[in-house]
Design a protein around this ligand. Structure first.
Ligand SMILES: *Cc1c(COP(=O)(O)O)cnc(C)c1O
Length: 371
């Protein structure tokens, strides 16, 4: 099947999100909804149920909460709603998104300790275990699954085992991975998993969601440090009022997201989508290396979602020029975000297929102005 993206966009987004979406997802937004009408609330409930089904086979023990805003709003909703005053958060970081969790905790005055592994190393479960053994005050542990800064995957199963050995609450920012890689929150002992509409589920931006272990969420009543981002209160309202959001909800975005969930099912579920992303990423990284562009990360820690490439080490290279040329050719790529090396990034998630990756490689080959 040589499927490529429909051409009603001027260029394909090869970014960490928002992504190129299908025409049918965008078309789903072409009507208006009443936020308290049953039609809309049933859509919300069905969406919440489908999300739990994507996250685990043990659906009775988990629930989901939708929250207005971009993904970071949802991360902040969790960080500011689940750690009680007497609690202490351990953040494991190896990039900008882990650092953002630390920043959030600081804003909310949460007692926090950080292990920074550096941008080029994976989080190490052994270090987590040592820290938990040494500091009994820690109650919660947070980590990013796929660190979009570099494209690195962290070992969430090993980390989860350490977190559970010490009986702590496990918070996972799975923003850029959920729906694009098989995982089960129950098997991984995850208590709060955070993601958003515009990443691997391939919806449009406007809200995020949390998959929560229901028994842990129950403990969060009255804990929140903000009103709007109170995760427990948002959940309680959705539960008790059958899919009602507390404040104005992004109705069109929710309808588009529901369509995106149906399209994920049509594709064959998360396992099939993972295969496509892996194939996209393999074509991209192997093809770029053939063209003389080196990949930043070793294969073992490279995610199937976004890849960092070193700048060619010649003065004639300029990222701005490569960006403009590829944009003219129909592809938007992304700047790098790390401090230790000059890199740029190319994402391969969204309505993007192996044939699109081949077309990109042809465009890069035709635009190697630095040679
Ligand atoms: C996209 C992303 C977020 C959220 O970013 P927003 O710009 O707020 O949507 C958080 N964590 C990771 C790892 C991400 O990739």
């Amino acid at each position: 099947m040589t499927q490529t993206t429909t051409t009603d966009n001027p260029y394909l987004l090869l970014t960490p999100g928002p992504l190129s979406t299908s025409r049918t997802v965008r078309e789903a937004m072409m009507r208006d909804w009443c936020t308290w009408d049953r039609d809309y609330n049933e859509l919300v409930q069905s969406t919440r149920q489908k999300l739990v089904g994507l996250a685990t086979t043990q659906t009775d023990d988990y629930t989901s909460v939708l929250m207005q805003g971009s993904g970071s709003f949802c991360v902040e909703a969790v960080i500011s709603s689940v750690i009680p005053k007497a609690g202490k958060l351990l953040v494991l970081t190896n990039g900008a998104y882990g650092d953002r969790i630390v920043q959030m905790a600081q804003v909310h005055g949460i007692h926090t300790t950080v292990i920074d592994f550096g941008e080029l190393a994976q989080v190490e479960a052994r270090a987590v275990e040592q820290t938990l053994a040494a500091d009994g005050a820690i109650t919660h542990v947070a980590v990013v699954h796929s660190e979009t800064t570099t494209g690195m995957l962290n070992p969430i199963a090993e980390i989860g085992a350490a977190v559970k050995k010490y009986g702590k609450v496990y918070i996972l920012d799975a923003m850029s991975s959920f729906g694009g890689i098989p995982l089960d929150v129950a098997e991984l002992s995850i208590d709060f998993l955070i993601s958003s509409a515009n990443k691997c589920i391939q919806g449009v931006p406007g809200f995020g969601f949390v998959i929560a272990k229901t028994s842990e969420l129950h403990k969060c009543a009255g804990v929140a440090r903000t009103l709007s981002l109170d995760l427990y209160d948002q959940w309680k309202t959705m539960e008790e009022q059958n899919g009602k959001w507390r404040y104005t909800s992004p109705t069109h975005v929710v309808r588009a997201f529901y369509q995106a969930l149906l399209e994920l099912e049509q594709e064959g579920g998360v396992a099939k989508r993972y295969e496509r992303y892996k194939q996209n990423q393999a074509i991209l990284s192997e093809g770029m290396e053939r063209l003389g562009l080196r990949v930043l990360l070793p294969k073992e820690s490279q995610s199937p979602f976004i890849t960092s490439f070193y700048y060619p080490e010649v003065e004639s290279f300029s990222f701005a020029e490569l960006y403009e040329r590829l944009k003219q050719a129909g592809f938007v790529i992304y700047p790098g975000k790390i401090s230790q090396a000059n890199t740029f990034r190319i994402g391969n998630i969204g309505e993007v297929y192996p044939a699109d990756m081949e077309r990109l490689l042809t465009a890069v080959e035709a635009n190697r102005f630095w040679l």
